[in-house]
Ligand binder design. Structure first.
Ligand code: SF4
Ligand code: SF4
Length: 338
């Protein structure tokens, strides 16, 4: 397929691409603590190599430099991963069972119930990909068009078409809202890397990232899903307010996970891998809650004020109210990934 000069997009609000939980930042996850079971999701991301060909475009030195600059900012790397030509993405994500076919925030009428209440930045950036530089977004669109990644009919078309927004023209992202959405997701990933990603990468490095066999099991497509505990451990160390907010989140998650386990048991009648993983999340969360409650008061690190503001804690240290429980959350009349 030859990449077109322009690519256009229209979302007809069919909700069909809302078929799994999205990636979220920690503040987004805290906001929606009654909707998404949070997990630490890890994936390997291939580095673009000069001369690689995708959809009729041959990657040049400028493409590779732009990809590398973005990876440096958003991803994690080791000497071994550099030799292997990949980096690691650490992000938070809602945990889904393999059998799940819908995002838990998708309403019965296929509308996004959190569309106007801090919808995750990853959803706002669809159909673009924050990990690819702007100059390569046309390849992202060509790839999604060819793979049927967005199952709605004709969401992405090459060239211009009536009723569609031109998203990219040549190597530029021309749609202002899309540019803003990409910038928001990249800013989120930068903050995540700074406030907990580097520390969690260090905690898991010996066991996971420096061990060739363990690192080799981290998928390129899909994610290795782990309990959110290492992330919360790092954030809870920051200050008393952060510890309190992490405990509140863990309490909310315990109730949500118990409800998910009950629902999964009702559906399948036996303890499959989904139920076992949810039980593991529950046990890890319980152990962390006990440890956090028993540990001495935090004095507050040098970055405490910045991290508290990022988490949405107000100046008195009180958390901002999270979104209501899923069943109390009215469905918005707008849809999926608009
Ligand atoms: S747009 Fe809403 S319903 Fe769709 S994946 Fe994102 S959060 Fe879920
Ligand atoms: S972007 Fe998603 S919700 Fe919109 S038309 Fe395509 S598949 Fe449907």
């Amino acid at each position: 397929m030859v990449t077109a000069d322009a690519w256009s997009f229209r979302c007809s609000a069919c909700g069909r691409c809302c078929n799994s939980s999205p990636q979220l930042s920690v503040p987004e996850l805290f906001r929606h603590q009654h909707i998404f079971v949070g997990s630490l999701a890890i994936r390997r991301v291939r580095r673009l190599q000069p001369g690689e060909r995708h959809f009729g475009i041959t990657a040049d030195a400028g493409d590779c430099a732009a990809s590398s600059e973005l990876a440096e900012r958003l991803l994690h790397r080791t000497e071994e991963s550099t030799r292997g030509g990949y980096d690691f993405l650490l992000t938070m994500q809602g945990f889904d069972s393999p059998s799940s076919t819908r995002c838990p925030a998708l309403g019965e009428a296929r509308g996004c119930t959190i569309h106007r209440d801090r919808k995750p930045a990853t959803c706002s950036a669809v159909p673009l990909e924050a990990l690819a530089p702007d100059r390569l977004q046309r390849l992202v669109l060509a790839g999604r068009r060819s793979s049927g990644d967005l199952p709605g009919s004709e969401c992405i078309v090459s060239g211009e078409r009536r009723g569609f927004s031109v998203v990219t023209r040549g190597a530029a992202v021309t749609d202002a809202a899309m540019r803003e959405a990409l910038a928001r997701r990249r800013a989120d990933l930068t903050a995540e890397k700074r406030w907990w990603g580097d520390a969690v990468f260090g905690i898991l490095r010996k066991e996971l990232f420096d061990d060739a066999a363990a690192a080799g099991r981290i998928p390129f497509d899909g994610f290795l899903a782990l309990a959110a505990a290492p992330v919360l451990m790092v954030l809870a160390e920051v200050s008393e307010s952060c510890r309190g907010r992490c405990l509140e989140y863990l309490d909310a998650q315990a109730g949500l996970i118990e409800a998910r386990i009950a629902g999964a048991e009702l559906r399948s009648g036996h303890a499959g891998p989904e139920i076992r993983q949810l039980h593991a999340f529950l046990r890890t969360g319980d152990a962390l809650r006990r440890a956090l409650r028993a540990s001495p008061a935090r004095r507050g690190t040098a970055h405490a004020a910045g991290i508290e503001a990022w988490l949405g804690l107000d100046l008195t240290g009180n958390p901002q109210p999270p979104s209501p429980r899923r069943e109390e959350n009215g469905e918005e009349p707008t849809y999926g990934l608009q």
